[in-house]
Design a protein. Structure first.
Length: 566
C-alpha cells in the first residue's frame, strides 16, 4: 500500500481525500498557503506543510519528499490536470494518483482531445483545427458559423469560455477568454467550437486500473449551470435515450488513450436534435463524484488510492449496480441575486443537514473565513432516494436545514430550482439559469439604507446593479439586480462613478483618461474567487480619471473610474 499521501489541494476536496486516507489507514499530509493555514483541511490532516503557492510544482514535490509520502493526490482544480506536475511527481519516485502524464497532456489539450475522440469514433462538434487568433479566428468562425464558443485550449471547469453571437463580438471574446485562460491555467491559447444554444450536459464516469481494464460507473446530468459552471448534478442522468451509446463511447476513448484511475468523459446533447457530441475528458476526480458514489456504493477516492497502489479493478469494485437516484447542490459563497457575484467573508454560523439520506461534504466550519484568493466553492449537499422525485424531496429538505451565516451562498437559489416544473420534467437546458430562471434580486440591507451611504447604479455583463456604498472605504452592499437585457447599459443611468462591487483584483483596464466611451463599454475587468466581472460604462461619457491598474487589489465600494457628465 502507499503508506502516506500528500494532498496537493485545498478546501472541500482536501478534506475529502484526508478522510479517505483515514479509512484506508494511510497517513495524510496537506500543503497549504498562509491564507489557508487555519483551514479545516489543515485541522483534520495528520500533518501540514506550508507552501507559497499551490501552483508551485517544485515546492509541492519537495514537500512530498520531505514528508516521506508514497503518493500525491491532486484532487480537482489547481494541479490536478497539470501534466508537468504529474510528470514531476513520478520522476521524483512517487506515485501520482491519476492517469499518466502523457494522458493528462493529451486530454488537457482540448484540440488534441477532440482529434483523439474522433479517432475513437466519438462524435464531436464542428470547430477549429487548432488554436486561433485574429484573422485566423475570423476565417474559422465564418466556416463554423455563429453562434460559437471561444474556449480555452488548455483547462476546463467553464473558465476561459465566451459565447459569440456574431462577428462583431469575436475580437472581444477572444481577448477575454484568452486573458481568463492565462490567469486560470497559465496558457492563453483558445480555439473555436460550434455553440449548442439548447443543450443538456451529460457525463460518464470511468475507472481504469494499471492492468488494462476499464469500467463505466454510470453517468451524471450536470445541465443546471451558470457561466458554464455546474450548480446541480444528478446520477443517473434522467430520461437519457442514448445512455448505452455514451457509455460505449467513453469506454472506447478511455481504452484508446491508455487511461488509469478515475476520469470523466463529458458530452453535450442538442435539445432540438437529441444528437450527442464530445465536450472534453477530465483526467481527475470531479466535484460531482459524490452522486455516483451514492448510487453505486463505490467510494471513488478510496478506489483512486487503491488503483494507484496497483490493485486490480476487479478487486477494487467487485460487482457494481446502480441503485436509486442521487442529486447534489454546490454550495458556493456567491450572491445569486447580484448575478452570482463571489462573496468572501467570515462564516459566523454553520449548521449542516443531518437527515438519514442526506450527505454534506464541506471544507469549512463555523468561524472560518472564506478567502477571496480562491474559488467560491464551500462544499456540497447531496441526497439519495429510490427514485428521482424522492431524491429531490430529500435534497430540498437538506437545503432547508442548511444554515450558512456571514456570507451569501447559492443554497437558497438552488432550493428554488428544485421546485421548477421544467426541472421536474427534465425539460431544462444549460442556459435555463441565465435565460429563464433569473434569481430574485438581493433584498436591501437595512444598514445600507442609512444616510451614511450613497446609491450607485452600475452596468455589468449580468445586468444593472444598484449599490449602496458606505461613504467611507468599506463594504458595498448589492441592493438590486435585474436579469441582463438588451438595453441594460443605456438603462443604467448612474448616480455616481463606477466602483468595485466586491473585493477583487484588477486584471485589465480598458480605458485611460481622456477616452470617450459608449454606454456599455468595458472599463475595467475584475477577478475574485476565480471569476471575472467586467465593469461597464453606465452611460456615454469622457473618462476623467482612472484610479486602478492591472494587478491592483480593490475593496468593495472603492472607486475605479471617474466619468464625466453624460
Amino acid at each position: 500500500m502507499l503508506g502516506s499521501v500528500l494532498v496537493a489541494n485545498r478546501g472541500e476536496v482536501a478534506v475529502r481525500i484526508v478522510r479517505a486516507c483515514r479509512e484506508l489507514g494511510l497517513r495524510s499530509i496537506v500543503v497549504h498557503t498562509d491564507v489557508d493555514a487555519g483551514s479545516l483541511a489543515v485541522r483534520v490532516a495528520d500533518d501540514a506543510v506550508p507552501v507559497a503557492s499551490y501552483l508551485d510544482v517544485d515546492a509541492v514535490v519537495r514537500a512530498a519528499l520531505d514528508g516521506g509520502v508514497g503518493a500525491v493526490h491532486p484532487g480537482y482544480g489547481l494541479l490536478a490536470e497539470d501534466a508537468g506536475f504529474a510528470r514531476a511527481v513520478v520522476e521524483a519516485g512517487l506515485v501520482f494518483v491519476g492517469p499518466p502524464a502523457d494522458v493528462v497532456a493529451a486530454m488537457g489539450d482540448k484540440v488534441r482531445a477532440r482529434a483523439l475522440a474522433r479517432e475513437a469514433g466519438v462524435p464531436v462538434l464542428p470547430g477549429s483545427d487548432g488554436p486561433v487568433e485574429a484573422d485566423l479566428a475570423r476565417a474559422a468562425a465564418a466556416e463554423i458559423g455563429f453562434p460559437l464558443l471561444v474556449k480555452a485550449a488548455h483547462g476546463g471547469g467553464g473558465r476561459g469560455m465566451r459565447v459569440v453571437a456574431g462577428p462583431a463580438d469575436l475580437d472581444d471574446a477572444l481577448a477575454a477568454a484568452g486573458r481568463e485562460a492565462a490567469a486560470a491555467f497559465g496558457r492563453g491559447e483558445v480555439f473555436l467550437e460550434r455553440h449548442v444554444a439548447r443543450a443538456r450536459h451529460v457525463e460518464v464516469q470511468v475507472l481504469a486500473d494499471h492492468h488494462g481494464a476499464v469500467a463505466v460507473l454510470g453517468d451524471r446530468d450536470c445541465t443546471v449551470q451558470r457561466r458554464h459552471q455546474k450548480l446541480l448534478e444528478e446520477a443517473p442522468a434522467p430520461d437519457l435515450p442514448v445512455r448505452d451509446e455514451l457509455h460505449a463511447a467513453a469506454r472506447r476513448l478511455a481504452d484508446g488513450v491508455g487511461y488509469r484511475g478515475a476520469g470523466t468523459v463529458e458530452f453535450l446533447l442538442d435539445r432540438d436534435t437529441g444528437a450527442p457530441a464530445f465536450l472534453e475528458m477530465n483526467t481527475r476526480l470531479q466535484v460531482e463524484h459524490g452522486v455516483t458514489e451514492l448510487v453505486t456504493g463505490v467510494d471513488l477516492v478510496v478506489a483512486q488510492l487503491r488503483l494507484a497502489a496497483g490493485e486490480t479493478l476487479h478487486d477494487v469494485l467487485g460487482t457494481v449496480e446502480v441503485r436509486g437516484h442521487a442529486i447534489q447542490a454546490r454550495i458556493a459563497a456567491e450572491d445569486p441575486g447580484a448575478g452570482f457575484v463571489p462573496s468572501p467573508g467570515r462564516i459566523s454560523d454553520l449548521r449542516v443537514p443531518t437527515g438519514p439520506w442526506v450527505r454534506a461534504d464541506l471544507g469549512v466550519e463555523a468561524g472560518d473565513t472564506v478567502p477571496r484568493d480562491y474559488d467560491s466553492l464551500l462544499g456540497k449537499v447531496l441526497a439519495w432516494g429510490p427514485d428521482r422525485a424522492t431524491a429531490v424531496t430529500r435534497l430540498a429538505g437538506g437545503l432547508d436545514d442548511l444554515v450558512v451565516a456571514g456570507v451569501p451562498t447559492t443554497a437558497s437559489y438552488l432550493r428554488t430550482v428544485l421546485d421548477r416544473p421544467e426541472y421536474a420534467a427534465v425539460a431544462h437546458d444549460t442556459g435555463s439559469v441565465e435565460r429563464d430562471w433569473a434569481p430574485s434580486p438581493t433584498p436591501a440591507s437595512p444598514a445600507a439604507a442609512a444616510s451614511t451611504t450613497r446609491s450607485i447604479r452600475l452596468a455589468t455583463d449580468r445586468g444593472p446593479l444598484t449599490l449602496r456604498v458606505p461613504r467611507h472605504r468599506g463594504d458595498a452592499v448589492v441592493t438590486e439586480a435585474a436579469a441582463p437585457s438588451a438595453d441594460a447599459p443605456s438603462a443604467a443611468a448612474a448616480t455616481g462613478d463606477p466602483v468595485a462591487p466586491m473585493d477583487a483584483t484588477v486584471v485589465d483596464v480598458a480605458v485611460k483618461a481622456g477616452d470617450d466611451v459608449a454606454a456599455g463599454a468595458v472599463l475595467v475587468v475584475l477577478e475574485a474567487m476565480k471569476m471575472e466581472l467586467p465593469v461597464r460604462a453606465p452611460h456615454a461619457a469622457r473618462v476623467d480619471a482612472v484610479h486602478v491598474a492591472p494587478g491592483d487589489r480593490v475593496t468593495a465600494g472603492s472607486a475605479l473610474v471617474v466619468m464625466g457628465a453624460p
